[in-house]
Design a protein around this ligand. Structure first.
Ligand SMILES: [Zn+2]
Ligand SMILES: [Zn+2]
Length: 270
């Protein structure tokens, strides 16, 4: 792959330079997402630690400010999609971390305007939110979490913790990130997303459209369980009912005991 070259602004019609950068980034992301072979080629040809440096150049204020607002936004968005794609591809994720993926993600946070309040579906289109998805994904396995530590991810992202939390206020990602990398919270604790959950997140490049469960007791006002951190516990007998608290589990038991038995009968564990 050739180098990503920012065309000089002065002697190039602005429209053309923007077109070249924005569209080639889109192609790159699409190839990287859909083709394992392409990812392999990236890995094999880009062994100088410079590729993410070049992407970072696209996020420099002087360049972004020279673009139309919509193209500046597209560049941030495409680069965040690329980061998601690399973080989600197990064949290339650890290579990407070694190559400077974290620096790219930090640069995206840096270049993102402070987050205005938005709903879940709008959030998926926010670069900082997608970067959160990258961090979340890399915390899942011990091997990538260890790599994050080796690359000093805590100090790299601490300056961005405001943006990290503002991008998804219910998630408390920074707290989880810190605990996980300090070894306070372990892999088994959370986030326990199914493969299906991750696939849907990957598909729209963000969006915690994860099925966050609600408490099984009908009178509960706790809402959905948090996306990371402590999730709602399962009924120890049937593993189907979920509770925000021991109190609600007790309150639910009078009606649940019948269903609990049914669930267990269905599972053959009775
Ligand atoms: Zn409850
Ligand atoms: Zn039960």
């Amino acid at each position: 792959m050739g180098k990503v070259r920012v065309l000089p602004e002065s002697d190039t019609p602005r429209k053309l330079s923007e077109f070249v950068v924005v569209d080639s980034l889109e192609c790159l992301v699409n190839f990287a997402r859909s083709s394992k072979r392409f990812r392999g080629a990236l890995r094999d040809t880009l062994d100088e630690g410079s590729v993410f440096e070049q992407f970072k150049d696209l996020l420099k204020a002087e360049f972004l400010d020279s673009l139309s607002a919509s193209n500046a936004r597209k560049i941030r968005l495409r680069l965040s999609s690329l980061a998601v794609c690399l973080a989600f591809s197990s064949d290339i994720q650890s290579w990407a971390i070694d190559m400077g993926l974290l620096k790219l993600v930090a640069a995206i946070y840096d270049a993102s305007p402070p987050q205005e309040a938005s709903n879940q579906s709008q959030r998926r289109m926010v670069p900082a939110f997608r970067c959160n998805i990258v961090l979340l994904r890399l915390l899942v396995s011990d091997s990538t979490a260890e790599k994050l530590c080796a690359h000093k991810a805590l100090s790299k992202f601490r300056p961005h913790r405001r943006k990290i939390d503002d991008a998804d206020p219910e998630c408390n990602l920074w707290d989880f990130f810190e605990k996980r990398l300090r070894g306070v919270t372990f892999k088994a604790d959370r986030p326990q997303f199914s493969d299906e959950d991750w696939r849907s997140v990957e598909e729209d490049c963000g969006g915690l459209v994860l099925a966050r469960v609600v408490c099984s007791w009908k009178g509960c006002a706790a809402g959905r369980e948090p996306a990371v951190g402590e999730g709602f516990r399962k009924c120890g007998r049937c593993h189907v009912a979920r509770y925000c608290s021991k109190e609600h589990q007790k309150l639910h038991w009078t009606t649940h005991k019948v269903h609990c038995k049914d669930h267990r009968a269905n599972e053959g564990t009775l």
